[in-house]
Design a protein around this ligand. Structure first.
Ligand code: CP
Length: 315
């Protein structure tokens, strides 16, 4: 695997899940491919889970890891071409990227949507520059439009907990005070299409995701109707795609509460974290016995290790 920017690049889901299960059963089984290999993790945005889980995954594989927080201690980077660099940005990304590539064997990049231009965000300008100019295999640690390592962890978690061959999975929008990217929901929709799930997206009007991601997925603007009979409730906020980057609603009527969960078939609750309690989900639901948020986050190591192993094998 030379790049990993979409969960679809895993190919056959059953095979990927089998590999993930093997990694989880014996995390230190296979350190030879990582020996004397260096992983560089480049963060343009904050992270807790991705930062720690990807490092842990690399260490399990015997790799060395370097972490760069672009906004802390590095030169401020210009990203636009043709810009006269007479301001406070000292280095251009197009020099920085190949320099970074010269210090490592694999690169992970976190670069969120900036909400300045939908076209730039949906063209993944930053991530694609790393792919084009680093000279190294590159994987996404959440880019503007997708978060594939999260989605793979979500799929692993659902498969570990499902009790029906074809569970009903509801991804519901929930309120948040700030504009959040569509990367997690877009990616989750891609993941749902890889397996056998009765999948429904519930969001208020004005929050439909990009048509190229929604595809044939069922979308409803009635959250209660979606939740009836659900086996998994995957909550997430995202900003509007059509009115790009705007917060059109903070309606707490969409918060996942005990009453909302009572509509389901004793569903598990999932969220990628970090989560705003009592905006997205109430304390009692996230702390309740059907909450999977901690095992879901723990599976981020399994997800990252499975992907890194495949990338190391193709070096
Ligand atoms: N879910 C997730 O990616 O968490 P972080 O933003 O903390 O890495």
């Amino acid at each position: 695997m030379k790049t990993f920017t979409s969960v679809k690049q895993l190919g056959d889901l059953g095979e990927a899940l089998t590999q993930a299960a093997a990694v989880k059963a014996d995390p230190f089984a296979d350190q030879a491919p990582g020996r004397n290999k260096t992983l560089l993790l480049v963060f343009f945005n904050n992270s807790l889970r991705t930062r720690l889980s990807t490092q842990k995954a690399a260490l399990n594989l015997g790799m060395d890891v370097i972490v760069l927080d672009v906004n802390q201690g590095a030169w401020r980077l210009e990203t636009g071409r043709g810009v006269v660099m007479d301001g406070d940005k000292s280095e251009h990304l197009l020099e920085a990227i190949p320099v970074m590539g010269s210090y490592c064997d694999l690169i992970g990049v976190r670069s969120f949507a900036r909400f300045e231009s939908r076209e730039d965000d949906y063209n993944e300008v930053i991530l694609n520059q790393f792919i084009q100019y680093s000279g190294r295999p590159v994987f996404s640690m959440e880019a503007a439009t997708r978060h594939p390592l999260q989605t793979f962890a979500d799929l692993i978690t659902i498969e570990e907990h499902k009790t029906k061959a074809r569970p009903k999975v509801v991804m519901t929008w929930a309120p948040h005070p700030k504009a959040l990217p569509q990367a997690v929901p877009n990616s989750f929709v891609e993941g749902m299409a890889m397996g056998d799930y009765d999948f429904v997206i519930a969001n208020p009007e004005g929050y439909d995701l990009a048509p190229e991601f929604v595809g044939n997925a069922r979308v409803t603007h009635d959250q209660d109707e979606a939740l009836r009979g659900a086996d998994f409730v995957y909550a997430k906020n995202w900003a509007s795609y059509t009115d790009y980057g705007k917060v059109l609603s903070k309606d707490l009527g969409w918060t996942v509460t005990k009453e909302k969960m009572a509509l389901t078939d004793n569903a598990f609750f999932m969220h990628c974290l970090p989560v705003r309690r009592n905006m997205i989900v109430t304390d009692e639901v996230i702390e309740g016995p059907r909450s999977l948020v901690i095992p879901e986050a723990a599976n981020r190591v399994v997800s990252a290790q499975t992907v890194l192993k495949r990338m190391l094998e193709s070096l």
